[in-house]
Design a protein around this ligand. Structure first.
Ligand code: GLC
Ligand code: CA
Length: 573
């Protein structure tokens, strides 16, 4: 996109709260396919059992071969690792366990050589309690970093007994952490006690609570500028954007998000003006709101009201609640819940920002979990993820069908109070049949997390050789997507099957004259759907074979029959 005109900037200043935001999404983002890497688990290059940057560099050719073009890394910065790296002590330094700042610059260069872009994780909302800023702030009210944090002297009565809403930024009694520091009796945290919240102010500060500052008070304004410094520091090293952690919660007690959107408009306006070719991705789970805040992509996955839980959360031995999901083989799921949430967001953000429905991430169970454990089931799910509009995100290992591991211990805060054990989604990448699946040369007990013990566990080397593997299936889908504007991020999407008869799910993607029909049946029984108002002259099968289903175009209403656990894609003329 072009640099903003002064007029656009004036418009943004005049209409900040009306949901107006200029479309700041650079063209490359519209064909971006993301691959998320959890750094300690991808590839260990020096035999200490922990993945590192040099390890990733060794694997760039593999990553390129998938057909993805953008990488997102969970935090690589100096950390105490009380929350898997989301408790940062120094935002300007790579943590030594991953390498050095020079290693990261080398990674950026090596990635760019291959046409791969790099996004980092921006933990905007909090630091580690061991960070120099927090240490300094704790000493008194007149230090450089004193007002980077929030320092209550008491817990107000109206907060007692109330539970905090982490993602929403609404303060509860459990947001107050007792402090012995000279500064004050308490500080406000976001997630763990070791993660003091940075002070972006309160939406409506209560004058009785002196610690509740306005969003434009000097402390909160200094924090905004510091965040921009961090962004500039890494942008100037050549990265292509950020995924912003818990972006929706930085302003406290702001349920309607007006103040939070306003603060982000200020920051994102600065960002898009200085880095017009960079992407800004939010963990917000409300694309309507995040797009007016200036984000280009938002997740719709497990958190908040706008989630995809009715599609994917699956039964897993006690670790995740047993719920009915659409992509489970018992075929008891429904589409209405998700359809309503998704289409509301899709219609509101179309042409402006992109929604992502990721295959997984470091906070939720993997796709291969519970009884969703066969290659064919995973192919059906993968077909969904890679034929929907928006920006696809593939979580490392999902392309080979790595299994969610149950029964693991709490690793670096993986077992949260409100979250289930996330360690199961963070185990080492499985490369080949050599020691530790090719992840590390260390001894078993030094590994960051254990490797799937199943002798049948999938790995890259095995799947490379098998034309019917999930890996090659994923590659083919990405090739197909890259070749088509209908299947791309901004191609139109329309559910054409009857919402009250959820299996199969049939949708149309189109752009100009180009049309694709996708039919998915995750259930273990054969199903069919007739489609109203769809004129088909000719249909060419591009995914799936005769045994997986048929599309008959002879009758007045086309009918699609889908075999158990099958996915079909047809190009329509
Ligand atoms: C985000 C991260 C999660 C982390 C939390 C607190 O939700 O994805 O891993 O624990 O923020 O920083
Ligand atoms: Ca290492």
């Amino acid at each position: 996109m072009a640099v903003k005109t002064p007029l656009a900037i004036v418009a943004m200043a005049l209409f900040p709260l009306l949901g107006y935001a200029e479309n700041t999404t650079p063209p490359w983002v519209k064909s971006a396919i993301f691959y998320q890497i959890y750094p300690p688990s991808y590839q260990d290059s020096n035999g200490d059992g922990i993945g590192d940057i040099q390890g990733v560099i060794q694997r760039l050719d593999y990553i390129k071969s998938l057909g993805v073009n953008t990488l997102w890394f969970n935090p690589l910065f100096k950390s105490e690792f009380k929350d898997g790296g989301y408790d940062i002590t120094d935002f300007y330094q790579v943590d030594p366990r991953y390498g050095s700042n020079s290693d990261l610059v080398q990674l950026i260069e090596e990635a760019h050589k291959r046409g791969l872009r790099i996004c980092l994780d921006l933990v905007a909302g909090h630091t580690s309690d061991k960070s120099a800023w927090f240490q300094e702030a704790s000493k008194g009210h007149d230090r450089r970093y004193s007002d980077y944090y929030i320092w209550p002297d008491r817990i107000p009565d109206d907060v007692k007994g109330k539970e905090k809403d982490q993602i929403g930024g609404v303060i509860g009694e459990d947001s107050f952490v007792k402090s012995t520091a000279p500064r004050a009796s308490y500080y406000i945290k976001n997630y763990y006690d070791a993660q003091p919240a940075l002070n972006y102010g309160y939406a409506n500060p209560n004058p009785k609570n002196a610690w509740e500052q306005a969003v434009d008070a000097p402390g909160p304004m200094a924090v905004r500028r510091e965040l921009e410094n961090i962004m500039a520091f890494w942008m100037d090293k050549g990265i292509d954007g950020f995924r912003v952690d818990m972006a929706s919660s930085i302003v406290k007690n702001d349920p309607d998000k007006k103040a939070t959107i306003g603060v982000w408009q200020d920051i994102s306006n600065w960002y898009h003006t200085h880095y017009p070719d960079a992407v800004l991705i939010s963990e917000w789970s409300n694309p309507k709101e995040s797009s007016s805040a200036g984000f280009n992509i938002d997740f719709m996955m497990h958190t908040g009201k706008y989630n995809f839980n009715s599609l994917f959360v699956n039964r897993v031995g006690g670790e995740f609640a047993p719920v009915v999901s659409y992509f489970a083989k018992d075929g008891k799921g429904e589409l209405k819940t998700w359809y309503k949430l998704y289409s509301e967001q899709y219609n509101a953000t179309k042409g402006n920002s992109l929604i992502t429905l990721p295959t997984g991430n470091h906070d939720i169970q993997r796709l291969n979990a519970g009884d969703r454990d066969s290659v064919e089931q995973l192919k059906v799910a993968m077909t969904f993820f890679l034929t929907m509009p928006g920006a696809p995100f593939i979580y490392y290992g999902d392309e080979i069908g790595m299994r969610f591991q149950t029964g693991l211990w709490n690793k670096e805060g993986s077992q949260g109070k409100s979250t289930k054990n996330r360690a199961g989604a963070r185990t080492p990448m499985q490369w080949d049949d050599s020691k530790n699946a090719g992840f590390s040369t260390t001894d078993y007990w030094n590994l960051y997390l254990p490797i799937d013990k199943n002798p049948q566990r999938p790995n890259v080397a095995k799947e490379e050789k098998d034309p019917r593997s999930l890996l090659n299936y994923t590659r083919n889908l990405l090739k197909l997507r890259a070749s088509s504007s209908a299947l791309s991020a901004e191609g139109d999407w329309e559910l054409v099957s009857n919402i009250n008869r959820p299996y199969p799910m049939v949708y149309l993607r189109s752009s100009g004259n180009e049309r694709y029909l996708i039919a998915l049946n995750p259930s273990d029984r054969p199903v069919s759907a007739s489609i109203n108002n769809l004129k088909i002259n000719q249909a060419t099968r591009v995914v799936g074979d005769e045994a997986q289903g048929t599309l008959s175009t002879q009758a007045a209403q086309p009918e699609v029959n889908v075999a158990p656990i099958s996915a079909l894609v047809f190009k329509l003329e």
